[in-house]
Structures are given as C-alpha cells and as structure tokens.
Write a protein that binds this ligand. Structure first.
Ligand code: SF4
Ligand code: SF4
Length: 387
C-alpha cells in the first residue's frame, strides 16, 4: 500500500491510493460549547436534500448527545472496540500516533477496518438524547449537580476527509474527491449499491437508499459553495456554532485565514477521532465542561490545551480568536482572510474578507448603545428603550 503523510497523526501511514491533495480543501469548525441540539441544521439538510423516497432514515447532518447518544447506533463505540485504545507519543511535537489506523489494522481481503450497521441502528436518531454521563442525585431544587456529571451535543456531517475510507473501499471507483475544493461525492451512475462505503466510513456518513439501491452522502452543498456561500446546515445554525472556510496543510498555514488560524495557529479546533487516520476536515472546539479523558479519546492529544485556550478567550486574553469567532457567525459568505483593527469610531473591530479579498463583514467587539430620551419632543412621542 502507498505511504501518505497524515499531519493529524504526526506520521506517514498506509492508504489505498497515493497522496493527492486537492487545490483547495473545504473545511468547517464546530464550536461544541455553543450547540443547543435544536436540530435546525438536521432539518435544514433534510428538507433540502433527503426528503425523497428511501431517505426516510437518512440524516446527512445529525446531532447526538454524548456520551450515550449515537446515530447510527454505536457508530463510534463499535469501531473503537475493534481498533483498541488510541496511543500517542507525547515526547514528539506535535504528538505522534503510535497505534494503528483503520487502513493499517485491516482484516485480510479487505481495504478498511469497518462494519456494516444493522437497519435498526438507523431507526432511532439520537437515542439517549440529553442523558448525562452519570446519575443526578435527587435534590429538591436541582441546584447541586455534581461536577462529575456532564453531557454535550455532537453535530456531525461528512468530514470530506483527505483520505476518505468510503473512496478507498469502493470497488466501482464511484466515489471521488473534487480537485477544486476537496468535496467528496458519490457518482450515482457508477454506484451499484454494494455498501462497501457504508461499511468503511468510520463516521458512518454514507447511507444506502433502499429505493434507488445506490448510496448517498453529504455533498457539502457544493452549488452554494461554488458561489462562495455556506452550506445549508451551517447557514441555518441557531447556536451559530459553525464556521466555514478552506484549510491548508500545516506547513502552508496562513495565519490570516480563519480556519488555519483556529486549527493550526491556535490549536483551538481539533479533528474528531484523528486515530482513525482519515485526516477529517471538519474540526471541533472541544467541550470545556466534559471529562478530559473522554475529550482526549474523541479529539486527540491536544484536547486539554484547546480547552485552556478557549477559557482564555473568556478572560479577554485572546482578542484575535474572539475576532474570528465573532466574524464567522456574522456572515454566510466564505471568508478567506480576517483582521483585527482599531476603528477610530467603533474601537476594536473584526473585519472579514471573502476569498477574492473583498470586505464582506465588519463587527465591533462592543456594539454601540444608544439611549433615547423617553419623550421625543420633536415628534411628541414616548419611547421605551429595550435591548
Ligand atoms: S466522513 Fe466518511 S463519507 Fe465522508 S469523506 Fe470521510 S469516509 Fe467518506
Ligand atoms: S442548528 Fe446549530 S445549535 Fe442547533 S443543533 Fe445544529 S449545530 Fe447545534
């Protein structure tokens, strides 16, 4: 098998095809701390792409409660049991993965270590919703939830991986990664519904359609992305947890690019289960109130540092991070560059530019407040100030 470089593992690894990175790679950052599990993203996607026959149990975007929720049932736990605990060598910088990936711990005669979920595994999206990591003691006013109790919401779409397992496993070569933006798509004409992609994808983000008898998956709303606009699930996010952009490999990181800044420069946003070895391109700001060991298992060895960085934003110590987080929830245009300026009128202000360098958004750190007189003598009207 060819050897390819996976920067998330800090080492080369085996992959079915030679390394071939796209000209640009779409990416997104999800801030878990802001997700309220409203499922607006899920429904935005469902009504756009998966409302047809055979798609009833198909959710290209789903949101589950961790630690107990999952869709399809046990998608991560089942694979983690086959792969074993993740082991990282912390002596190197960045830490190096010393275990095996799903391309390296592969059974004889197969290309990827995976499993095919049962049909019933898709029947209960987010079973275990709002179940916490432990039992809350029965207290009269629910004021004394112990620190050890935690829960968080994990929103997931296709990761548009650099080394997609779905693509590697497809015997028909029906799955391809677009050169121009790294979006991974299934050619519906070539697919014969063998479900090798469903078996191989560790995130279980390809779905078999029993009516059309071919597989389908998230297309990262490429018609919108081609216009410089965010995908539907991202635009409609109520919690504004999502940031869309393009990512470079770490050696080519651009510190003014919002995604590079969050992922490479600050290490705030981390891949989900990097030990699988796919170099996924959706990144997560890990939850700051959950168990640190659980975070490390799910987001890799840099989870503790990311939580510390996030806390510093609240303390006012990371103005540029604050600028990026503010900007990227104030537009639905894909940003290529950001800067923090000291505006003579509005003070500290975050400014965002699209991928052509045109300014598309400007957000002051502190919104101006105007208090109007209760009685407007010119118009002879009374006004209440509301916020
Ligand atoms: S998340 Fe799964 S479906 Fe998406 S590109 Fe990666 S392997 Fe393929
Ligand atoms: S719309 Fe946003 S806040 Fe609501 S569940 Fe989806 S990701 Fe979470």
């Amino acid at each position: 098998m060819p050897s390819v470089w996976n920067w998330q593992l800090g080492r080369s690894m085996d992959y079915v095809y030679s390394e071939s990175r796209p000209e640009k790679q779409v990416s997104a950052v999800f801030d878990i701390n802001k997700c309220i599990a409203c499922q607006t993203c899920t429904m935005a996607c469902k009504t756009t792409w998966t409302s047809g026959k055979g798609q009833e149990y198909m959710f290209w975007n789903s949101v589950e409660t961790k630690p107990w929720g999952s869709y399809p049932m046990g998608w991560d736990v089942k694979l983690l049991e086959s792969l074993g605990p993740a082991s990282w060598d912390y002596a190197t910088d960045p830490p190096r993965y010393s275990g095996k990936t799903i391309f390296e711990k592969v059974p004889d005669g197969e290309r990827v270590l995976g499993f095919l979920p049962e049909e019933m595994d898709y029947a209960y999206p987010n079973r275990g919703e709002d179940e916490t990591s432990g039992n809350i003691e029965d207290t009269p006013y629910h004021l004394s939830v112990p620190q050890a109790i935690w829960t968080f919401y994990l929103a997931r779409i296709c990761m548009h991986c650099t080394y997609p397992a779905c693509l590697a496993a497809c015997p028909r070569k029906a799955i391809y990664k677009r050169k121009e933006d790294g979006i991974v798509l299934i050619d519906q004409e070539r697919c014969r519904g063998y479900r090798e992609c469903v078996r191989a994808c560790p995130y279980k983000r390809t779905f078999y359609n029993h009516t059309t008898r071919v597989s389908e998956k998230c297309i990262f709303c490429f018609p919108a992305v081609e216009q410089g606009i965010w995908p539907r699930c991202m635009r409609n996010c109520i919690g504004k947890i999502r940031i869309v952009g393009y990512i470079h490999p770490p050696a080519e990181s651009d510190p003014r690019n919002p995604i590079d800044f969050l992922v490479h420069e600050k290490g705030l946003a981390l891949p989900l289960y990097p030990q699988y070895g796919l170099e996924p391109n959706i990144y997560y700001v890990p939850p700051i109130h959950s168990d640190a060991t659980f975070n490390r298992q799910m987001f890799g060895p840099r989870a503790d540092a990311a939580v510390r960085t996030y806390r510093r934003i609240r303390e006012g110590l990371e103005p540029e991070l604050r600028a990026v987080l503010l900007l990227c929830v104030s537009t639905d245009k894909i940003l290529g560059r950001f800067e923090l300026i000291d505006d003579p009128v509005q003070g500290e202000t975050a400014v965002g530019y699209d991928t052509q360098g045109v300014e598309v958004v400007r957000v002051p750190f502190v919104e101006p407040v105007v208090e109007r007189p209760f009685h407007d003598a010119a118009l002879d009207v009374y006004r209440h100030n509301i916020s």
